[in-house]
Design a protein around this ligand. Sequence first.
Ligand code: ZN
Ligand code: ZN
Length: 312
Amino acid sequence: MLKRKCDRCGKKAAMELPYGPHYFCREHFLHFFEKRVRKTCRTNKLVKPGEKLLVAYSGGKDSSVALYLVNKIFGKSNKVEALLIDEGIKGYRDCALQYAEKNCKAWGIPFTRVSFKKEFGFTMVDVMRKTGAKKKIGSTCAFCGVLRRRLMNKYAKKLGMDKLVTGHNLDDEVQSILMNVCEADLSRLVRLGPIAGISSIKGLVPRIKPLWESPEIEIIAFAYYNKIHHYEEQCCPFKWQAKRNTYRAILNQLESQFPGTMYSILSFFRQAKPKLVEKKREVKLNSCKECGEPCSGSTCMSCKKIMEFKKK
Ligand SMILES: [Zn+2]
Ligand SMILES: [Zn+2]
């Protein structure tokens, strides 16, 4: 039990944030957390007045908190809706999406539910069966990600939304930064940030991350203290994210030994990114001849992969 008192009111602290260090009671922790999310949105100009926001909602802790706060902060001035994507992983995604539907209804947020099965004719379980789980762990996970982002972009446009909101948190982002550094992948590295991808491309709806500066552990606490019900299972049962989990463990160890490490890495990235981006290239994109989504060649990555898969 914490003996320290809340920094703000002197009541018994419920939370200790070692990087501050901060001590907060429940109420002042919630206030602190929400204020930081507002600051992330404001300083990075994530949302402009009147923009319509589509939140990619899985039913897990991150997207639950993202949807809850985006709706709380912008729900009165901006249109906020949710997109639920069912990859067809029984016992996992269908369970998570039950939470998602329940919360949308409870919070009065309109939602659209789409599925891989209906959109592409197969589920991720079919993909696993055909490609064989063990050998292609990384690429299967990437395939799933490509398809999810494709549906997100498709439905954002279809529903007339201006921005896509994802639940990526501080831990996710710092893991990605470190992974790209360790793999010397500069082009992927510079695509990270609170606004993902190259936001100025026509036909691509920008993806924003309001939880960019929110540590995972605090998201769990925020959901708990606010009684936001969410699906608790963290990882996909196929455990495609083996590599990321190694980075997660290393970063967690660094953070516990040297509190504030994750914020330092984020700060380093923030300072380095402008210097790493080559002067703005005019990116010209074509429309994919299969699906019409923007792409650099004649057929987009997701269509190529889908065709590859269907041939097998
Ligand atoms: Zn307090
Ligand atoms: Zn395509």
